[in-house]
Design a protein around this ligand. Structure first.
Ligand code: NAI
Length: 284
């Protein structure tokens, strides 16, 4: 199962990074979004990243142009699906939206095509079940920012075929990443371990154990984390953190995953972290 052409659905933060990384690995990439504005924004983000690499002397201008030349931006899902060997879906984290995209992809894509989702928390098995090719559906969970971060969690749904897993594992390596095999359980491994730590850090602030600055200092200086958990939570977005905690809480039915009331309060107040200008810290 050789993968030459990939299509990326959604040109947002993650989709644009996946498209860039694929094109840098020499793949033909079709990038689709549902409107011109987000598609252009995604392309600008890719150009900006590559221009920075040129300035730093990491790549030449010719290489930058060759990479950009391998990315074909389109607005119609039909066009993105038609010739793809592999589709990587990176639309919003919402089951209904993803199910709708996968139903359409299943009809539009060639029979051999693998359908992957970059979901950070939704069950791959459930996404696969809306298609008539559940054995060809898999999770390909890239980390943000995609061009920089090495990890790809490769998530096997209940019905994912071994050869599909092998093809995706090989592709991740070709994209310069390190694939790690994970089974389909709430939060996979990354968020199952990370989010309860962030949630516990929020509890420490909520219970008056320490200030956000102090919690972050302890984890940075004491545990050698490059970034404290509350700074990281602000980066990820507090709404996203709450959403993933809810998935863990619901999925396992275990009180150890209950979201901290302070996290809920901040999200209700619209304090979502960096993107809203205020979370555990304030931003210009
Ligand atoms: P984003 O909001 O930056 O991008 C989503 C893009 O999808 C938008 O440009 C939107 O216009 C487009 N879109 C929505 N519905 C569409 C449709 N039906 N057809 C085509 N395009 C459509 O979101 P982001 O952060 O890139 O996240 C995308 C996915 O990646 C989510 O599932 C998220 O959970 C996952 N993820 C996010 C990470 C992060 O740190 N932001 C890390 C790892 C995974």
């Amino acid at each position: 199962m050789e993968i030459k052409r990939i299509s990326v659905i959604g040109a947002g933060q993650m989709g644009s990074g996946i498209a860039q990384t694929g094109a840098q690995a020499g793949l033909d990439v079709t990038l689709v979004d549902m409107a011109e504005a987000p598609l252009q924004k995604g392309l600008e983000r890719i150009k900006g990243n590559l221009q920075r690499d040129v300035q730093k002397g990491k790549i030449s201008v010719q290489e930058m142009e060759a990479v950009l030349g391998r990315i074909r931006p389109v607005l119609k899902l039909e066009e993105a699906a038609a010739e793809a060997d592999l589709v990587i879906e990176a639309v919003v984290e919402n089951m209904e939206v993803k199910a709708d995209v996968f139903r359409k992809l299943d009809v539009l894509c060639p029979k051999h095509a693998i359908l992957a989702s970059n979901t950070s928390s939704l069950p791959i098995t459930e996404i696969a079940a809306v298609t008539k090719r559940p054995e060809k559906v898999i999770g390909m969970h890239f980390m943000n920012p995609v061009p920089v971060m090495k990890l790809v969690e490769v998530i096997r749904g209940l019905q994912t075929a071994d050869e599909v897993f092998a093809a995706v594992e090989q592709l991740a390596k070709r994209m310069g990443k390190v694939p790690v095999e994970v089974n389909d359980f709430p939060g996979f491994v990354s968020n199952r371990v990370l989010m309860p730590m962030i949630n516990e850090a929020i509890y420490a602030v909520y219970e008056g154990v320490a200030t956000p600055e102090a919690v972050d200092q302890v984890m940075k200086l004491g545990m050698n984390h490059p970034m404290g958990p509350l700074t990281l939570a602000d980066f990820i977005g507090l709404d996203t953190c709450l959403y993933i905690m809810e998935i863990l809480y619901e999925g396992f039915g275990d009180s150890k995953y209950r979201p901290c009331p302070l996290l809920r309060k901040y999200v209700k107040a619209g304090w979502l972290g960096r993107k809203s200008g205020r979370g555990f810290y304030t931003y210009e």
